[in-house]
Design a protein around this ligand. Sequence first.
Ligand code: DGL
Length: 267
Amino acid sequence: MKNQERPIGIFDSGLGGLTVFKAVRALLPGENLVYFGDTARVPYGTKSAEAVVAFSKEITAFLLEKKIKLLLVACNTASSLALEEIRAVSPVPVLGVIAPGAAEAVAAARPGGRILVTGTSATVASRAYSKALAAAGYKGRVTEKACPLFVPLVEEGWCSKPVAGIVAREYLASFRRSGIDVLILGCTHYPLLKKVIAGVMGPGTRIVDSAKAAADSARRELEARALLNPGRKGRSEFVVSDAPEKFSFLARKLLGIRTGQVLVKRF
Ligand code: DGL
């Protein structure tokens, strides 16, 4: 296999990373992609850093066996807690979703505006977005808010049920009148609740997610290394650690992705 034809590895704790997969597929149609969803161990957002690092390294080793040329960590929690550890064991470049998402938010923010970061408890506790926003030159006010119930809502396929609105209001209504300029969807699952979240925040708040920005960063990285695979129809392979049928069903229902056969890899 030529180096360009080697796949891009993408992983997440479950199906939320498919938002990143979809953005990569749209931007880089010729690329071969292998997606791993750790459906047996989701959620990561409530776990310790040690556990997330250990899971991430196992998945990295599995994807490296697939001869990937680039690894995209599509999980915000793993990107927050394990990126350096993954890089230390990976011979191929490793990209996360935090820096691209932060850059997108800085570009969208008005001078002196206020940014609200939403994410899992682990991502928020790590302050990874606050650090990335500062590194990207943002000098305004940043607030972080954990919204842990959003993940099971999405995994249950309940993005448009009334309960999604109730939960979103509970977490976010108090920010509605706090002059939030930009809200970062700092979790792979949250873009699937974008309409509901935007509805709670109102028209004065721009909603930013990392999926498209992460796909852009993958393209730049491959271009710089002359590893882009030209062409129009790359292969997509999906592997999960449990419940492949549910993954396949929700991928289609929530994101319109037809996975074909989903393989299972247990650790
Ligand atoms: N994929 C995780 C993230 O982006 C959310 C789900 C989880 O808690 O595992 O942070």
